[in-house]
Design a protein around this ligand. Structure first.
Ligand SMILES: Cc1cc2nc3c(=O)[nH]c(=O)nc-3n(C[C@H](O)[C@H](O)[C@H](O)COP(=O)(O)OP(=O)(O)OC[C@H]3O[C@@H](n4cnc5c(N)ncnc54)[C@H](O)[C@@H]3O)c2cc1C
Length: 327
């Protein structure tokens, strides 16, 4: 396992990050990337915003043929090779897939991909597949690889398929599927409520905001889990919070350990009031987690996977449907 994957996977429970305080505890700045690129494809021409060393924003039009190569194709299943895996918790693993090292994955924030795996044949002998969406958590600007963080359910068809993969095996992937188009500074305050593996779309967005020195959005994450050991990538999240004053995190768990210093129990109104931005035109609240949490916090999505009605804690506290996005 590479040093990078070992580092990212290590979920050592370091000191609770003084949630919601938001001051920088150290000058550790390795996650801040001076050169960022956020692409918006408009009618055959790509506009790239890039940040010079003086942090000035430039707008540059480039021809399609000069565009960086992308690995994903929204209309075609592409095979990606498993390079390595790392255990992140007792039931969750990080999977790194590789591709052409001169290409990017081709993912805008916030998007997911779909994966498919063969599960036998239909009556006519044609292959049958199971298809599930996953949210890459690696930097979309990274060349040659992407990472998936996957919770392995004992009875889960796709997650057990992933669990059995070996280095060198391939998985078919299609995408990207855009969930929410994020543009820098689109909202002053971004609140996030995540449960378990529902952290993945939040991580995508957190890293996009924090790596862009011209994005001044304030991001507050409320992350709920069953126990402290279930918190995924805690060290990485804590490091981001400690090195970026515009990012705060608060953890809550159902079953706290003796030395636990975070919140206890389900996400509550009090936690939202203390830790997340108040309702307002410049506020966006993102929610992602298991159905029980969604129901309690915001109401689940509709059967057709549209946003559905807003209910639960967020509705009670005065947030409106325009202010809330359910992944
Ligand atoms: C847009 C989107 C992005 C997603 N991104 C990720 C991601 O980055 N990482 C990730 O791990 N998952 C992600 N998921 C969930 C993922 O797509 C699968 O639903 C999940 O991996 C279970 O699939 P499965 O085939 O293994 O389980 P299934 O065969 O569908 O389910 C079998 C059994 O597994 C258990 N199970 C399955 N899902 C849940 C659940 N949510 N809560 C409790 N028990 C459950 C139940 O016992 C169920 O009966 C995402 C889902 C969506 C909609």
């Amino acid at each position: 396992m590479s040093l990078f994957l070992r580092r990212i996977a290590k979920a050592a429970p370091i000191a609770f990050s003084n949630a919601f305080r938001g001051e920088s505890k150290s000058n550790f700045n390795c996650f801040r990337v001076p050169v960022g690129a956020i692409a918006a494809i408009t009618g055959g021409i790509s506009y790239y915003y890039y940040f010079s060393s003086t942090n000035l924003v430039h707008l540059e039009a480039i021809n399609e043929e000069n565009s960086p190569k992308v690995a994903l194709n929204p209309d075609k299943w592409i095979e990606f090779k498993l390079h390595e895996t790392a255990n992140v918790s007792h039931n969750t693993k990080l999977f790194r897939f590789t591709f052409d090292p001169s290409a990017k994955l081709g993912l805008d924030i916030a998007s997911c991909v779909i994966t498919r795996a063969p599960i036998g044949q239909d009556d006519e002998g044609k292959p049958k597949y199971v298809i599930r969406p996953y949210t890459p958590i690696s930097d979309p600007d990274a060349k040659g690889y992407f990472d998936l963080l996957i919770k392995l359910y004992p009875e889960g068809i796709m997650s057990q398929y992933f669990a059995k993969l070996k280095r060198g095996d391939v998985v078919e992937v299609k995408g990207p599927i855009e969930k929410l188009r994020y543009t820098p500074n689109m909202k002053k305050h971004i609140g996030m409520i995540a449960g378990g593996s529902g952290i993945t779309p939040m991580l995508q967005l957190i890293e996009a905001v924090l790596k862009n020195p011209d994005d001044s959005s304030q991001v507050s994450l409320l992350y709920a889990n069953v126990s402290p050991d279930d918190i995924l990538l805690k060290q990485k999240i804590d490091t981001l919070a400690a090195s970026h004053p515009n990012f705060k995190v608060f953890y809550t768990v159902d079953n706290p350990s003796n030395n636990w210093r975070g919140g206890e129990g389900f996400v509550s109104k009090d936690m939202v009031l203390k830790g997340l931005p108040r309702p307002g035109d410049d506020t966006l609240i993102l929610v992602c987690g298991p159905p029980g949490m969604m129901k309690h916090v915001s109401g689940d999505k509709a059967k057709d996977r549209s946003q559905g009605e807003l209910s639960g804690i967020l509705k009670d506290l005065g947030y409106t449907e325009e202010m809330v996005y359910k992944f």
